[in-house]
Ligand binder design. Structure first.
Ligand SMILES: NC(=O)c1ccc[n+]([C@@H]2O[C@H](COP(=O)([O-])OP(=O)(O)OC[C@H]3O[C@@H](n4cnc5c(N)ncnc54)[C@H](O)[C@@H]3O)[C@@H](O)[C@H]2O)c1
Length: 268
């Protein structure tokens, strides 16, 4: 069996962890490419075993079986439409980019036309299988709370007149819908966007963003109540040692998704 061909968009903390694990995998193993912008500082981090790709034509020539975006919202806009247009499946981690309805519809249209597929990663969150199962419940109430230490929101706290260093009590920075949250904090709320898309959509998913000096890491709390029952989920993620803005688990979640993508046994 020949090696599976995977193209990574970006080569930061998450893609770096993915590449290390995939390059160590055997039988059939992986051939990797990394799509990076010309002049990107990340080019220096790419190991020799990974082909550096500079544009869509080089992605096409690399002929990946799967493309994985771990590069941010701008990269979703820059590169994902082209990859879908080539008929490729693209697993994206920067799901917050999909809060823009028109852009999301364009991606879906391109995927349909070109034969590509947009695959959405669970990323830092769990429980999306349950949320998908109750998405059509008549009495569904879905709420997501992000609870992070002050360091994660220092600029926002300062804007509200709080000193992140001396904050003693939790402060709620935002309370509203997932659509408003994703538009206000596009880089921080990939998880809220994933939940909204698994569940009843951006308008019907409630979001609270809380800054808490006592938070044990980046915490995600999800409650789903419906006529089918109740789910309460609490996750406390450790930051990535390479990029404290990202949770360490995200690369592992993407690796699990890659494994599922190629596996003859799929858990849905
Ligand atoms: N779904 C989730 O739960 C979740 C959690 C954490 C992060 N993320 C997403 O993953 C992204 C990557 O996280 P990270 O910790 O690896 O970030 P990072 O800053 O360590 O790395 C980002 C990489 O992307 C590259 N890049 C940036 N813009 C690009 C573009 N337009 N085209 C190609 N490459 C580009 C950078 O050069 C760098 O190599 C985040 O921006 C975030 O959107 C999702």
């Amino acid at each position: 069996m020949s090696a599976r061909r995977v193209a990574l968009i970006g080569f930061g903390a998450i893609a770096g962890d993915i590449a290390t694990a995939l390059l160590a995998a055997r039988e059939p193993g992986y051939a990797l490419g990394a799509l990076l912008r010309p002049g990107s500082a990340s080019r220096a981090r790419v190991p020799e075993a990974v082909a550096v790709l500079s544009g869509l034509d080089e992605v096409a020539a690399f002929a990946p079986d799967l493309v994985i975006e771990a590069a941010g919202h701008e990269a979703v806009r820059d590169s994902v439409p082209g990859c879908l247009g080539l008929g490729l499946p693209v697993l994206i981690s920067s799901i917050g980019a999909l809060h823009d309805e028109a852009f999301f519809a364009e991606l879906v249209g391109t995927a349909r036309k070109g034969g590509g597929r947009l695959l959405l990663a669970s990323g830092a969150l769990g429980g999306l299988d349950y949320v998908r199962a109750v998405r059509h419940a008549k009495q569904l109430a879905l709420r997501y709370e992000s609870r992070k230490p002050p360091a994660a929101w220092s600029a926002e706290l300062a804007r509200l007149g709080h000193d992140p260093e001396t904050l003693a009590q939790p402060v709620t920075l935002f309370s509203g819908t997932a659509r408003e949250a994703a538009a206000l904090y596009p880089q921080n709320l990939n998880v809220a966007a994933a939940l909204a898309l698994a569940g009843p959509g951006f308008e019907a998913t409630g979001v609270d963003v809380v800054c808490d000096p006592a938070a044990a890491g980046n915490m995600h709390i999800v409650t789903a109540t419906s006529e089918f029952g109740t789910m309460t989920l609490e996750i406390a993620n450790r930051p990535s040692p390479t990029n404290p803005k990202s949770s360490w688990i995200v690369a592992q979640a993407l690796l699990a998704a890659i494994d599922q993508y190629f596996s003859p046994v799929v858990m849905l």
